[in-house]
Design a protein around this ligand. Sequence first.
Ligand code: 2P0
Length: 316
Amino acid sequence: MQATVRASPNIALIKYWGKRDEKYNLPAVSSISITLDEIWTETKINFSPNYKRDILTINNVQQDDTRRVSDCIDSICGEHRNFACVSSKCNFPISAGLASSSSAFSALVIAINQAVNKGYELQDLANEAGKASGSAARSMLGGFVELENKKNKIQINQLLQSEDWPLRVVIAITDSRKKAVSSSEGMKLSSKTSPFYNSWVKNQSEDIDEARKAILSQDFLRLSEISEHNCMKMHSVMWTSRPSIVYWNSATIECMHAIRELQKKGEFVFFTIDAGPQIKAVCLPESESKVVNILKEIRGVSSVLQSGLGQEPQIK
Ligand code: 2P0
């Protein structure tokens, strides 16, 4: 009745922003991501008839609110179950736009399935992870992952394995505090108030098709162009929400300009930014050291993380 699973967060190149069903947390748009390897969440779950309630610790700090985790366990095990103790450790900042919920919930659903021997299939577990956190479904696979919207569910597909195209990711941390507006709140606000929201949803499939082709043909420049464009479109939807949602700070913008300069010099790098102020620079291995050296000198960048692309979650 116990299991430990390590999973890595993923970074979307073609983004998810908006929900078509809040109850089942189904996304309004399909998305494409890369799963990382050097950063991870490790989650241990242990069910016991001796527990009086679910207990959750994150980085050794006991949490008062276990609702999201308890709902996820109920959804897989049913409500007539033993309570569980879940302890989760992360080797990177949480709730700061580094997709910590993607690694946390992908690790959790696999750990639950393993601990109670439920025998769920991958796609069912991906739907359970997605119910808890939309982006978590994509961390159920390694490498390049497409999350496809189906009728009443989602489906995840691996486009390429990490070894097929070993890109590198350099993450410039510009502020590691918890973000002011959660992704769920932000998406709700955008869908209700941004005049750009409907066209964002409508045009997403073109970006998905373009990015899929770029990935399958390993065409870095084609992937750069569509990824940056899709990222800027998502942030335009955020910026034009009422009230406006701006996750960037001045260092975020400095980093964007620095990456544009590197591109002009012929380096193979592009940026993407999620619901937070960190910049993620995706690059070919030969450009990585130049990207790191430039980003770490920018005022406001407190640290730089480096990662390759990784595998699906690992049972320990
Ligand atoms: C993404 N983000 O595709 C986009 C880009 C943030 C910006 O997926 O509400 O925290 O729990 O389903 O999983 C944020 O996702 O959102 C997110 P919920 P979640 O990576």
